[in-house]
Ligand binder design. Structure first.
Ligand code: MRU
Length: 363
């Protein structure tokens, strides 16, 4: 999508080198980083230079490709997958991408593996772009219907975290319908949850919306319920890090509370997801999805820009106060209006998902 006048993806290959945008520096600085070793790719995922389920998957695929340039042996492939799978536990796209790469590379001669791996990582990236564009088209139909009922008033959409183009290779998942609506000339207005503790909404989604000239306002995480009670939210669209075979949705911490408020207020709650985010091996998300516990420092400190332009971290709690930091929560399927996938909009239920993905179910 657009950064100034230029078009960027969140990960790309330039003169043979894999490049990413360091998302820990946004919105204040736009810094491009080269990933040239397996360990650097792993750090990029672990320390969230890149983040968001689909982009984590794509980066892992490129991480394997980079590792194959140094050691394309079976042992090298095994080690690359082992190092990368240990970076973050919740987004299932990581496991999906590594299994895909391992399956593609295992039968390939060692001398060919580096080239085949790079081609496969690029194909995974390109597929993600196509999938998200299709999600955008399906989600657009929902926005269109609401716009028609609104009689000209802008469609108010609330989103949580960043499920934008920065979280994928391009388009985003939750943002794809928003970008498509904007392109189609439908008036949309986005309520951007700041998304404590790391503020992906304030730092990333707000930056995306501002870069594309989409009407938006930043709100504190606790404002959504109030806005819904007063008719100021027409729909919620969020992304997901892992959705189970029965439609339970794991996403950034706080998503569950938005879904409860949406249900109480009759506001449709949609989840936009590419099919690699479906974990067909898990049914009960609350019980079986591993929830990443991150450093309490992410809660005790905030990052921001001082008046003199310096970007810094500030402590907001007493030094003696420990912090807990579960990074994700699970929204049970019963609270989800629909799952917007690349094949269409599915009910959040095992039969509906199986009917939409008969070729994947049980995989
Ligand atoms: O911890 P993050 O920033 O990787 O979490 C990202 C999210 O929770 C996104 O909403 C999710 O990955 C969907 S991204 C298209």
């Amino acid at each position: 999508m657009k950064v100034g006048q230029d078009h960027y993806r969140s990960i790309w290959v330039e003169q043979g080198a894999v490049r990413i945008i360091d998302q820990t520096r946004l919105p204040h600085e736009f810094v491009v980083v080269t990933l040239d070793t397996l360990d650097r790719a792993a750090v990029a995922i672990r320390d969230m230079w890149v983040r968001g389920a689909p982009l984590i998957g794509a980066t892992a695929a490129f991480g394997v490709a980079i590792a194959m340039q140094a050691d394309a042996s079976d042992e090298g492939l095994r080690r690359a997958c082992e190092v990368l799978i240990a970076t973050r536990p919740t987004a299932v796209n990581l496991r999906w991408a590594l299994e895909d790469m391992a399956a593609h590379l295992a039968p390939v001669a060692i001398s060919d593996r580096a080239a085949v791996a790079m081609a496969r990582a690029m194909a995974i990236s390109d597929d993600d772009v196509g999938i998200n564009a299709a999600i955008g088209d399906h989600g657009l139909s929902v926005i269109r219907e609401i716009a028609a009922r609104n009689g000209g008033r802008a469609v108010n959409i609330l989103t949580h975290c960043n499920a934008g183009w920065l979280a994928t290779v391009d388009w985003g998942t939750a943002t794809a319908p928003i970008y498509k609506a904007h392109q189609a000339g439908i008036a949309v207005h986005v309520w951007v949850d700041e998304t404590r503790p790391r503020n992906q909404g304030a730092h990333l989604t707000a930056w995306e919306m501002a870069s594309h000239g989409i009407s938006h306002k930043l709100i504190v995480d606790n404002a959504g319920g109030h806005l819904m009670q007063h008719g100021e939210v027409d729909m919620v669209i969020v992304g997901t890090d892992r959705t189970t075979a029965q439609g339970d949705v794991c996403n950034k911490i706080g998503t569950y509370l938005k879904a409860l408020a949406a249900m109480d207020n009759g506001v449709p709650f949609y989840v936009a997801l590419p099919s690699p985010t479906i974990d067909w091996r898990v049914k009960d998300g609350v019980r079986d999805i591993p929830i990443e516990e991150r450093s309490g420092d992410e809660v005790s400190f905030v990052q921001g820009k001082l008046a003199d332009g310096t970007v810094t971290r500030l402590r907001i709690s007493p030094e003696a106060t420990p912090a807990a930091n579960p990074a994700f929560d699970v929204t049970p399927a019963r609270l989800v209006t629909g799952l917007i996938t690349e094949r269409g909009i599915s009910a959040a239920s095992a039969p509906a998902l199986a009917a939409m993905f008969p070729d994947r179910v049980g995989g």
